[in-house]
Design a protein around this ligand. Structure first.
Ligand code: PMP
Length: 309
């Protein structure tokens, strides 16, 4: 049921979804020269409303990724937000949705330069449930290292970078794990294939700092704020050793897709008791309340309604 939306947005207009096609010669297809976002919308049954979560932050990040890739979009953040709500309305979607904006090099040329090419923009909105299991993940540290800032900047959400994620995730699944944890070239903990990672140890959260080749996740930011202001637990951003994973009391992965996903096992060692811990459970409950538009303090600032109130 993934691809049943009626319309999508492509280069300035809303078109029928099955008309959304690109040429086989497209630069971004051959070379991965695009960047994208993944945004969730949550259906709120009582209010008969779809709320899009932290749209502004997603589009600000998209524009930062564009800047790194020499992509120039003819839209402001406000316009990108308006296109998003309009697309969900046009599709009449009254369910959980996943929005995928992609900005990319649309030229049909051979050659890998980034400058002097023309840029295209598409946005799709599809129904989506859980991306990973949220009742307890078994993870393995990957033999695939995280891409480095000077080779393929992880700070930008670049299409081609996801080959790195795909190697790690596929390997993890084939080895019987649910998800991969990747290390940097120095051997420090970086992140999951499409999630940031948090450890809970000795009463505080620990997460790899922005210089550890992570994508600066919006869910990561959300988790840090909620931990501090709602649970009274500070987060330290620092280098994290692999073996710290084995000794943490609790661990979770987080991302737009994964949401807040507790980790119960790493490299065949139970995390804490081997069951979902109380602190991560609390954070998860809070998160689901907020994204669905049910939290009086956070929801109004972070959740954009799709339908007129
Ligand atoms: N790291 C990577 C590599 C990702 O692909 C994602 C998903 N966008 C994340 C972290 C989490 O980022 P966010 O919370 O902004 O979705």
């Amino acid at each position: 049921n993934m691809m049943n939306a009626k319309e999508l947005f492509m280069n300035g207009e809303f078109i029928t979804a099955d008309k959304g096609m690109i040429s086989v010669r497209t630069h971004a297809f051959a070379y991965g020269t695009g960047c994208f976002e993944g945004i969730r919308g949550y259906w709120n049954e009582e209010e008969q409303q779809v709320y899009l979560f932290r749209l502004r932050e997603h589009y600000e990040r998209l524009l930062r990724s564009c800047k790194i890739l020499h992509i120039h979009l003819p839209y402001t953040v406000e316009q990108l937000i308006d296109i998003s709500t309009e697309l969900v309305r046009r599709n009449g979607q009254r369910e959980d949705v996943y929005l995928r904006p992609v900005a990319y090099k649309g030229d049909q040329i051979i050659g890998v330069t980034l400058q002097g090419l023309h840029d295209e923009y598409i946005l799709t909105s599809e129904p989506l449930g859980n991306y990973v299991e949220i009742t307890g993940l078994r993870c393995g540290v990957s033999s695939w290292r995280r891409i480095d800032d000077n080779a393929m900047p992880a700070r930008a959400k670049i299409c081609g970078s996801y080959v790195n994620a795909a190697f790690a995730k596929s390997d993890a699944l084939q080895n019987g794990f649910d998800e991969a944890i990747m290390l940097t070239h120095e051997g420090n903990v970086s992140e999951g294939s499409a999630e940031n990672i948090f450890l809970y140890s000795d009463g505080e959260f620990i997460t790899p700092s922005p210089t550890e080749n992570i994508l600066l996740g919006i869910t990561r930011d959300t988790a840090m704020r909620l931990a501090e202001h709602e649970l009274g637990i500070p987060t330290r951003e620092r280098q994290v050793d692999r073996t710290e994973l084995y000794l943490a009391d609790e661990i979770f992965l987080c991302g737009t897709g994964a949401q807040i996903a507790p980790v119960i096992e790493i490299d065949h060692r139970p995390v804490g008791s081997g069951k979902v811990g109380p602190v991560v459970r609390k954070l998860q409950e809070l998160y689901f309340d907020i994204v669905r538009g049910k939290h009086p303090e956070y929801s109004p600032q972070w959740c954009t309604p799709v339908y007129p109130k």
